[in-house]
Design a protein around this ligand. Structure first.
Ligand SMILES: Cc1ncc(C[n+]2csc(CCOP(=O)(O)OP(=O)(O)O)c2C)c(N)n1
Length: 658
């Protein structure tokens, strides 16, 4: 190996990082400078990807879990031939630039995952590695379609976050041997030395989680990093963590301290690092020709060759397995078009079922049609109905399995789902009790921000959970979910609405969907409609002549509202009942449709939802909801205690009409 060019290239990368951050007068030089040799070694000697086709399906994936080191990733992408110009580097962190503060998927070509919230990148990489196995196992000669490594770079911060352990533990259990994690162990975080808050034996923790561990003593030793990656790629049984001792802010007068974590070096210190330490005496943003050539003949040439060979393999595959290839090509981009059943099943009028059971039935029906639908729950499959009946579990021995046992790791489950969808090749869902959506919030937000069509099944959706009590009874969770931009929440009122909700969730391409499901049985509503669900809200039970009030209900409260409507009629009060399974879908409708459903003025409308009333002012002046925590008791007693009855709704409506 030519040590001289390696040193020159690393000096170039580090200098670019210093210049990007100095020009922006903002950014995180610390880890970028310390980790530069790691990414240089990975990109020039191992990573397989094609900058001309950044979305090439079979590329190796790379996740910068420590997203604050974005200046380094951008320098790497520029040198590696991606569509990211020197001007883009000069615009680091500026409005609408291709080089935002933290890496954003869909925005900057070559960025495989949005990252920055520490820890989540590790779980996303675990999800990617799971899909890599699943896709390969689900096709004949699957290795011709999907066969690559997943790399992730993290720092001390990511490993302090709890989600990292959930993800590491899962990856070890699943024996994801093609997952390779670099740990930039610089022993410094934002506030100071790591030992202010951390004295863990990190190696032992990984070993205990069934990982291989390799240690590199000097983060500037490219040959040692290279040898570690080679060894990790050969692992047959376990994922590998490569612990690399680095120096934060390498080259700066402030290296080794937290002062260099998140502040620009400035001109003088920048010059000191570049000239005195790296021996790189050039103008800002200078890239030597030899360095450009080095990337052209390593990373760029390797990727191009691999991609060409892959394309040839696909041509041959087409001859042998045309039907499988068609499925692969559709699902690689997450589309299920052509795989959804054309008609709804015949629902039994007069029947009653919980929407969690209805969801399980819908899932099974859709799974029979969509071969690459995969998912599971955080140890509540039997309660949330997340299993494919008679299906196989996804395990190291059965990578073709569709049922994932996520274990009680809600946050990593949701974050890994993001990684699965970022990878592409299959559609996913995850489930847990609605109240624990809070555990997953940061990952749900990330799905919405990353435009991923994640599906969440949240059952046990109100105080009707019953005996488990207020710890398990959601109150404010729907308000939280509804407040996330680019998020869709659907709370179906019966079996028909549940099937429709599932279909909409699967058709979504860029928006996550949460299905909010009941534990208790709900009657099939004669007026419920799949088309109505698609519009977010519709009249489920009309007024007799002229409505004096409009009751807007969701989920289990729709039947309660219809009951109240009947009682009110007996007392001479005419009301309309609207089922509103999804605020977000309703907001997408034209004004004329919205006005046809909500036809009365705001002060003549009542919302009914056995959850917080927070947010409902948007649609109604009057509310029947739950603005306290619930209580532990059989469901009927809990509901009685909080007087969540048709009679109360009748009283409220009469009061308003008066
Ligand atoms: C979940 C989360 N919490 C806090 C932060 C703010 N933050 C960004 S970097 C950082 C310190 C990370 O330390 P380390 O991983 O060692 O990075 P280094 O100091 O080496 O750059 C913190 C607290 C964040 N980005 N995400």
């Amino acid at each position: 190996m030519n040590k001289k060019i390696d040193e020159l290239a690393v000096a170039t990368i580090r200098s670019l990082c210093i210049d990007e951050i100095n020009k922006a007068n903002s950014g995180h030089p610390g880890m970028a400078l310390g980790s530069a040799p790691i990414l240089y070694t990975l990109f020039t000697r191992h990573l397989v990807a094609d900058p001309k086709d950044p979305e090439w399906f079979n590329r190796d994936r790379f996740v910068l879990s420590a997203g604050h080191a974005s200046a380094l990733l951008y320098a790497m992408l520029h040198l590696s031939g991606y569509e990211l110009s020197l001007d883009d580097l000069k615009n680091f962190r500026q409005l609408d630039s291709l080089t935002p503060g933290h890496p954003e998927y869909h925005w900057t070509k070559g960025v495989d995952a949005t990252s920055g919230p520490l820890g989540q990148g590790i779980a996303q990489a675990v999800g990617m590695a799971m899909v890599e196995e699943s896709v390969r196992a689900n096709y004949p000669q699957g290795d011709k379609l999907c066969n690559h490594y997943t790399y992730v770079l993290c720092g001390d911060g990511c490993l302090q976050e709890g989600i990292s352990q959930e993800a590491i533990s899962l990856a070890g259990h699943q024996k994801l041997n093609k997952l390779i994690l670099f740990y930039d162990a610089n022993q410094v975080t934002l506030d100071g030395a790591l030992d202010l808050s951390f004295s863990e034996q990190v190696k032992a923790r990984f070993v205990a989680s069934e990982w291989d561990v390799i240690e590199v003593a000097d983060g500037n030793d490219i040959e040692a990093i290279d040898a570690a990656i080679k060894s990790a790629k050969g692992s047959k049984e376990k994922p590998t963590m490569i612990l690399i001792h680095t120096v934060i802010g390498y080259g700066s007068a402030k290296q080794g301290t937290s002062k260099v974590h998140g502040s620009p070096l400035g001109v003088d210190d920048g010059k000191h690092a570049k000239v005195d330490v790296y021996g790189f005496d050039h103008p800002d943003f200078f890239i030597p020709e030899e360095v450009k050539e080095q990337f052209a003949k390593t990373f760029i040439a390797r990727g191009q060759k691999a991609h060409e060979e892959y394309n040839k393999d696909i041509e041959a595959y087409k001859e042998k397995h045309p039907v499988d290839l068609k499925r692969f090509l559709a699902l690689k981009d997450l589309s299920v078009e052509g795989y959804l059943p054309k008609v709804m099943p015949d629902f039994v009028e007069g029947s009653s079922t919980s929407t969690r059971v209805a969801s399980g039935k819908a899932l099974n029906a859709y799974m029979l049609n969509i071969p690459n639908l995969i998912g599971g729950s955080a140890d509540v499959a039997g309660s949330v109905m997340t299993k494919l009946d008679g299906g196989v579990d996804f395990t190291p021995e059965h990578r073709e399995g569709h049922n994932i046992n996520w274990g009680i790791r809600e946050f990593a489950m949701a974050s890994a789902q993001n990684g699965m969808l970022l990878h592409g090749g299959l559609r996913t869902y995850v489930g847990c009790f609605c109240v624990f959506a809070d555990y997953m919030k940061a990952a749900i937000r990330m799905a919405a921000l990353s435009h991923l069509p994640a599906i969440y099944l949240f059952s046990h959706d109100s105080i009707a959970v019953g005996e488990d009590g207020p710890t398990h009874q959601p109150i404010e969770q729907l308000a939280m979910l509804r407040s996330i931009p680019n998020m869709r929440v659907i709370r179906p009122c019966d079996e028909r609405e549940t099937y429709a909700a599932w279909s909409l969730a699967l058709q979504s391409m860029k928006t996550p969907t949460a299905l909010i499901l009941s534990r208790q049985n709900l009657p099939l509503m004669p007026g419920s409609s799949a088309e109505g669900v698609a519009k977010g809200a519709y009249v489920v039970s009309k007024e007799e002549k002229k409505a004096q009030l409009e009751i807007i209900a969701t989920g289990s409260e729709v039947s309660l509202a219809v009951q109240a409507q009947k009682l009110l009629k007996e007392e001479g009060v005419d009301v309309r009942v609207i089922s509103m399974p999804s605020w977000e879908l309703f907001e997408e409708q034209e004004a004329s449709y919205k006005e046809s459903v909500l036809s009365l003025p705001w002060d003549k409308r009542v919302s009914v939802e056995m959850l917080t009333t927070f947010g409902w002012d948007r649609y109604a002046k009057h509310h029947m909801g739950m603005d306290t925590f619930g209580a532990s008791a059989p469901a009927k007693d809990a509901i009685k205690k909080f007087d969540f009855t048709a009679e109360r709704l009748v009283r409220l409506c009469k009061e308003i009409v008066k």
